[in-house]
Design a protein around this ligand. Structure first.
Ligand code: SF4
Length: 471
C-alpha cells in the first residue's frame, strides 16, 4: 500500500515538473488581470481596427473638428471591491495590494494638444478618491472625506416647478484663484498667451483677411502644439506665393485658392494630420469663395458646415478678436474638458457635453475667458499626464480645493510655503531691528552736533538719555 502511494506521489511530482518545464517561458501567475487579455471584447477589437488604419480620419464628417477623428480608448478596469479583496485572502500584504488596486484610476489613451502629432498620453479620468487622497482606504469608500464638490446640477423648485441649474460648489473661488495664477503665478506666460490661434492673424491685414487667417490658425491647431502651429502660420504668412503677378504674397483667400496643394502641404508639414488639413483648407477656400462671398461664415452653424470645423473651432472663431468678436458659446477644447472634469465641475464624456454643461451655469461674461484661462493652466500647471502636474505649486491643491490633487506634492508644497513664510517673517523682524538701530544712530549723531554747536553750556541733555522709539 505504502509503495503504491509513494509511486503515485512520484508520478504527480513528475507531472508537475513537466508542466513547470513547459511553462518556463511564461512564469507569470494566472491572475484575473493576466487572463483578462484573452477575454472577448468586440469594442476593443473594433477600436484596434479603427486606429490601425487611416480610415478613422476619413470618417471625419462635416461639422466635426479634425481632432474628433481620433478615437478614445478606455481600457478595461479590473473591478475589485473592498470585501472581495479582503475576503479573498487572509494575507495582509495581498489585502494591501487589493486596497492599492482600488485606488487606481481607469487610464484612457487620448490625443493631447501638447504632445502634438501622434503622441498618446495616459490621463486620469476618475478621481483617486473623494478628497484626492492617494492612500484611499476602501473601508471608507462610502464615507466621503474632506470637501466634497457637487457638480453642476438641475434643481426643481417644488413650489413653482421652475428648473434651476446650481453651479458646482466653490466654483467662483477656484476660478479666481486660477485667474490669479494665470496672471502672476505659476501659470503665467503660457504658450497660448503669445502663440494661441487668436494671436496668429496679422494686425495689419484687412478685417476680412484677419478672419480668414484666424480660421486657418484654428484649423491647423488641432492635435498640434501652439509653438508648432505658430511656426506653420508664420510660413504661410511669409511664403504663400501671390495668386497673380503684382499681388501681395501671404495668407489670404485668393493665395490659398491658387496655391499648389503640394506646396501648401510642405508649408504646414510640421502640424499634426497635415495631409488631411491641406485637403480641408483647399476645400474650405473654395466653399468660402462660392457660398460666402469670399469671407468666413458669420454663425456657429455655418462655420460648422466647413470641412474639419466643429463646435470648438466655430465658437473660438466667433469670439476671437480677429474673428467675429461675438461670443455665442464656450470654446471647449481638451484642456477645458479635462480640467473641469478633474475638478468635479461636471461629469461629461465629450467636449461638446462639457460645453453644454458649462453654458448652463457659467456667467456669460466668462465664456470667452475660460478657454484662455484653462488652456494656459493646462499648458503650465495642470498637464494631461498625471505625475507631471505641479500640484505643490497650485493654489487649488494647496488650499484643498482640488479633489484630484496629488497629495504628496501638495504636502511638500505646504511645507515649502511654511518655510518661506518663516524666512519671510525672520527677514521682516531683521529689517525692523536694523531700522531701529539706524534711527538711534542718526539721533545720536544729531545730538552730538547740537552739543558741539552750543558748547558746554548747550549740554542740557546727555545723548544717552535721549529716548528712542524702541525704548
Ligand atoms: S491641484 Fe493638481 S490636479 Fe488639481 S488643479 Fe492643481 S495641478 Fe491640477
Amino acid at each position: 500500500m505504502r509503495t503504491l502511494r509513494s509511486a503515485s506521489r512520484e508520478t504527480a511530482t513528475k507531472t508537475s515538473q513537466f508542466f513547470d518545464a513547459t511553462n518556463a517561458t511564461n512564469a507569470r501567475r494566472a491572475t484575473r488581470s493576466s487572463l483578462a487579455r484573452f477575454a472577448y471584447n468586440p469594442s476593443s477589437i473594433a477600436d484596434a481596427d479603427d486606429s490601425s488604419s487611416k480610415a478613422g480620419l476619413e470618417d471625419v464628417t462635416l461639422g466635426s473638428d479634425i481632432e474628433d477623428a481620433v478615437t478614445t480608448k478606455v481600457s478595461r478596469k479590473r473591478k475589485r471591491t473592498a470585501t472581495s479583496s479582503q475576503s479573498s485572502s487572509s494575507d495582509p500584504s495581498r489585502q494591501a495590494e487589493g486596497r492599492r488596486a482600488t485606488t487606481r484610476t481607469a487610464p484612457a489613451m487620448v490625443k493631447t494638444e501638447e504632445d502634438g502629432e501622434e503622441t498618446q498620453a495616459q490621463i486620469e479620468t476618475e478621481p483617486t478618491s473623494p478628497d484626492g487622497s492617494q492612500n484611499f482606504e476602501p473601508a471608507s469608500a462610502t464615507k466621503p472625506r474632506g470637501r466634497v464638490r457637487k457638480p453642476a446640477r438641475k434643481t426643481v423648485d417644488p413650489a413653482t416647478g421652475a428648473v434651476k441649474v446650481e453651479p458646482p460648489t466653490n466654483w467662483e473661488e477656484m476660478y479666481n484663484l486660477v485667474k490669479e495664477m494665470r496672471i502672476s503665478g505659476p501659470a503665467a506666460n503660457a504658450a497660448v498667451d503669445t502663440m494661441g490661434c487668436e494671436r496668429l492673424a496679422r494686425a495689419d491685414a484687412s478685417p476680412r483677411d484677419r478672419r480668414f487667417q484666424t480660421l486657418v490658425a484654428l484649423m491647423l491647431s488641432s492635435q498640434t502644439k501652439d509653438t508648432v502651429n505658430a511656426e506653420a502660420m508664420a510660413r504661410l504668412h511669409n511664403e504663400l506665393p501671390p495668386h497673380k503677378p503684382g499681388a501681395p504674397p501671404g495668407l489670404n483667400l485668393e493665395n490659398m485658392l491658387a496655391v499648389d496643394p503640394k506646396l501648401l502641404n510642405e508649408l504646414i508639414g510640421k502640424v499634426g494630420f497635415h495631409n488631411l488639413k491641406t485637403k480641408y483648407l483647399k476645400q474650405t477656400a473654395e466653399i468660402l469663395r462660392d457660398k460666402f462671398g469670399g469671407d468666413i461664415p458669420p454663425t456657429v452653424e455655418t462655420l460648422c458646415s466647413l470641412p474639419g470645423v466643429g463646435p470648438k473651432m466655430a465658437h473660438l472663431c466667433m469670439s476671437a478678436t480677429y474673428g467675429w468678436n461675438k461670443v455665442e458659446g464656450i470654446g471647449v477644447d481638451v484642456h477645458v474638458h479635462r480640467i473641469t472634469n478633474l475638478w468635479g465641475w461636471n461629469e461629461t464624456k465629450t467636449p461638446e457635453d462639457t460645453r453644454k454643461a458649462l453654458e448652463s451655469w457659467l456667467p456669460r461674461d466668462k465664456w470667452k475667458e475660460i478657454n484662455w484661462l484653462l488652456v494656459g493652466f493646462g499648458q503650465t500647471v495642470c498637464g494631461p499626464v498625471k505625475g507631471s502636474r505641479r500640484c505643490g505649486e497650485c493654489e487649488l491643491g494647496l488650499r484643498g480645493l482640488c479633489k484630484s490633487a496629488e497629495r504628496g506634492k501638495v504636502n511638500e508644497g505646504r511645507k515649502r510655503r511654511e518655510m518661506e513664510g518663516k524666512v519671510k517673517d525672520e527677514k521682516e523682524v531683521r529689517m525692523e531691528v536694523d531700522k531701529k538701530e539706524e534711527d538711534v544712530e542718526v539721533k545720536e549723531e544729531v545730538t552730538e552736533e547740537v552739543v558741539k554747536k552750543n558748547g558746554a553750556k548747550g549740554r542740557t541733555r546727555s545723548p544717552r538719555r535721549i529716548k528712542t522709539e524702541g525704548e
